[in-house]
Design a protein around this ligand. Structure first.
Ligand code: F6P
Length: 503
């Protein structure tokens, strides 16, 4: 940082700027009613905080309340620049285009994406606001790192205002196969928005390839070794949105060789699998209070032989219904017994204004009620269902209490819960059942990998996890831990930043 800017003037601004839908702090209310800010506990904030404090960083994001404009402020060695959203924008940009259009489309259309033009208009307007805010706080030649699917237009919008800054983008969720992405009426604008970044990071190799294939097929740009050659006159080179008079229906002629020097700009699209703050989880798992809490959880559940644990945001991508169906059938068939086996399902409230999430909650709670009604005994429950969010300390106690972690997502960018469970199991015990449709499955190869759509396979894995030979459990967990311990979120951030500066 050159010096603290009084009026967010970019001649003095911040050398490192993160732009994310959510600000890095949460508002907290103390017992006397006064409000303040607390740093968000998430891995992203933890990973970027050290870079923030060493390089003079600013974080641009929405503070979570509608119809409220806040002045920029400093907290915990970070400059925070809140971006306001009106109630209508929360509906159209956040619940609408981000979570009613992009989220289902990018997660294999598990739910039907809705395409509304007024949602798209709000998305463009809000992305422009984030880009302008970033342009105001970034110092000359600053590095700006834009996060996630809510802000895919920001890289190009920012480049248009501030061609001097270096721009990175990271997509935390999957990028869909070109055939699905093609459904998006505004696909060209989204690709061009992303290509405004110098480096576009994805969770998996397959996500990066999906993006490259879409760019090649739709925009025709030449791509070699993850490098997209974006023509400097990209608007002229690429077909316009909704340009259907072309017999190829909006596809561009493919460039078969690298364009001449000086006529393009490079944008690299590559995989950087995110991880967790491993040290923090390990430290918590060594804390005697948390170890005691884990024992207490087991006792409260009646000391069953095997505790199965699911921890998810209440989201249709997480495969919670599939998990319950498998569990119910195993109880019906007598392969699991209430009392000997218990399942704990934490479902943290999420996006409660979106209809598909409301429907999902009803379905899951109906299933839990049915299963418990049928199989509970006076003293024991089949599924302990908790619709709450918990602090990380309680989560780690749950990880320590659980013999088996069930991650059955139908599609998931990464799934950090799987990595947290592994980090917490330092004694080498514990089995991870992991969906192959998570990003984590690329790295955690020693988990019991399953296809959650295959209920019989899922059932077999649940039973296998409960009876797996101790030595096998240890061997698998040791190998999983090696991966998670050596690839933490700090390393992820360093590798991304290193590559961005190389480019
Ligand atoms: O996985 C994508 C993500 O945006 C995460 O970054 C975030 O923790 C989660 O989804 C929930 O996001 P939100 O509550 O902001 O919709």
């Amino acid at each position: 940082m050159t010096e603290t800017p009084e009026k967010d003037d970019h001649r003095t601004g911040y050398d490192f700027v993160v732009v994310a839908n959510r600000l890095a702090v949460n508002r907290v209310t103390s017992s006397d009613g006064s409000t303040g800010w607390q740093r968000s506990p998430g891995g992203l904030v933890t990973a970027l905080a050290p870079i923030m404090s060493s390089s003079g960083g600013a974080w641009v994001g929405w503070h979570g309340a509608a119809d409220e404009t806040l002045e920029p402020f400093d907290h915990d060695s970070m400059h925070l620049h809140p971006v306001p959203l009106s109630e209508q924008e929360v509906e159209d940009f956040y619940e609408g285009f981000s979570n009613g259009t992009l989220w289902p489309l990018y997660h294999d259309v598990i739910a039907r994406p809705l395409f509304h033009r007024h949602w798209w208009d709000a998305y463009k307007r809000v992305n422009q606001r984030f880009a302008e805010a970033a342009a105001v706080v970034a110092a000359e030649n600053a590095t700006v790192w834009v996060q996630d699917y809510q802000l895919q237009l920001v890289p190009q919008m920012l480049r248009d205002i501030r061609p001097d800054v270096k721009i990175g983008f990271f997509n935390h969720i999957p990028f869909p196969p070109p055939g699905l992405f093609a459904q998006l009426p505004w696909r060209h604008s989204v690709m061009k928005g992303l290509l405004g970044a110098d480096l576009i990071g994805f969770q998996r190799e397959s996500d990066a390839k999906n993006f490259q294939r879409a760019v090649r097929a739709r925009l025709g740009f030449y791509i070699k070794s993850d490098r997209v050659y974006v023509p400097l006159d990209a608007d002229a080179a690429a077909p316009l949105e909704g340009f259907t008079a072309d017999p190829a229906r909006g596809t561009a002629p493919r460039q078969l060789s690298a364009p001449a020097e000086g006529t393009y700009r490079g944008s690299e699209a590559t995989a950087f699998p995110i991880s967790i703050d491993t040290d923090r989880i390990v430290e918590l798992s060594n804390d005697p209070k948390i170890i005691a809490r884990a024992a207490q959880i087991r006792a409260e559940l009646g000391n069953p032989e095997t505790i199965f644990l699911g921890v998810d945001r209440l989201d249709y991508t997480k495969g919670i219904r599939h998990r319950m169906k498998a569990y119910e059938e195993l109880l019906q068939q007598g392969k699991l017994q209430v009392g000997t086996h218990t399942m704990v399902q934490i479902a943290s409230p999420s996006r409660e204004g979106v209809e598909s999430y409301q429907r999902l909650r009803d379905e899951i709670e109906l299933a839990v009620g049915r299963i418990n009604g049928e199989f509970d005994t006076m003293g024991h429950t089949a599924i302990r269902y908790l619709h709450h969010s918990y602090p990380i300390e309680e989560m780690v106690a749950l990880y320590l209490a659980a013999d088996v972690m069930l991650v059955t997502a139908l599609r998931d960018g990464m799934n950090l819960v799987a990595k947290e469970y592994v980090a917490a199991r330092k004694d080498g015990s514990g089995v991870l059942v992991l969906s192959e449709f998570t990003g984590a499955a690329d790295q955690l190869r020693q988990a019991l990998l399953i296809n959650p759509h295959d209920i019989d396979e899922l059932k077999a894995a649940i039973v296998q996890a409960a009876v797996l030979d101790r030595e096998d459990v240890r061997k698998r967990m040791r190998s999983l831990r090696r991966q998670v311990v050596s690839h933490n979120v700090q390393r992820w951030a360093e590798e991304f930043m290193h590559r961005l500066h190389q480019l």
